[in-house]
Ligand binder design. Structure first.
Ligand code: FMN
Length: 204
């Protein structure tokens, strides 16, 4: 069995194939991602629902077609993420505008909505045979300084995007992670009914 088959989710209930094929690899192949595919990934993010339709997300993107820009973005990740994410052909940093454009009031849903947009991007990637690995381990101040991010915008996550690579190219600790299934908590632990902690009768 190849490592993709080992890592794929094993859902207890039927779910769409896009969910069942998604996982976050450490090993990426150096094959570039077609620019048309990349544009469609961001287009999928664009059509995400957001609180008040604020669309608080922004992405800074770098590909290996521009090695200097790519190196600058890689340097904005924490070392543990730099160790593997540099193999991906595309890096992008997801940012959120923390206030509403119309009145400057705080947008409590901004981070939520970036997460939703990044997930839309991720599923679009899966539909194109690509893989995405998100990272909270970034250096926000460095992103701000390197790319001139304004004060009311917060760099939040990075995403490595590309084709699945060979885990044997990884250092030992990461190789293990790429060939070991990730467990999930059962529905009863997070779908509640009449009180917090009481599994909903819906889930049987
Ligand atoms: C918002 C977010 C931040 C993450 N940050 C990191 C990170 O900094 N480094 C890392 O190696 N993985 C990171 N991950 C990947 C998670 O560890 C991974 O999604 C989780 O273990 C579930 O595995 P799966 O995506 O393969 O199903 C992040 C994932 C998300 C969604």
């Amino acid at each position: 069995m190849d490592h993709d088959a080992i890592k794929r989710p094993r859902p207890d209930r039927p779910i769409h194939d896009l969910h069942a094929r998604r996982w976050s690899p450490y090993a990426f192949d150096d094959r570039p991602v077609a620019e048309d595919d990349l544009r469609s990934l961001f287009e999928a993010a664009r059509w995400t629902a957001s609180s008040y339709n604020e669309q608080p997300w922004a992405y800074i993107v770098a590909t290996k077609a521009d090695p200097e820009a790519f190196a600058k973005m890689l340097a904005c990740l924490v070392e543990a993420n730099q160790a593997w994410a540099g193999a991906a052909p595309v890096l992008t940093i997801g940012c959120v505008r923390k206030t509403f454009r119309k009145d400057g009031k705080p947008n409590a849903a901004a981070e939520h909505d970036l997460g939703a947009a990044s997930f839309a991007l991720t599923l679009e990637a899966v539909s194109r045979g690509l893989y995405v690995h998100q990272m909270i381990g970034i250096l926000p101040d460095k992103v701000r300084e390197t790319f001139g991010v304004p004060d009311d915008v917060a760099p939040l996550t990075a995403l490595a995007i590309g084709h699945l690579g060979d885990p044997s190219t990884l250092p030992e600790n990461l190789r293990t992670r790429d060939v070991t299934p990730k467990p999930r908590r059962p529905l009863a632990e997070f779908v509640f009914g009449d009180a917090w902690g009481h599994a909903s009768p819906l889930i049987g």
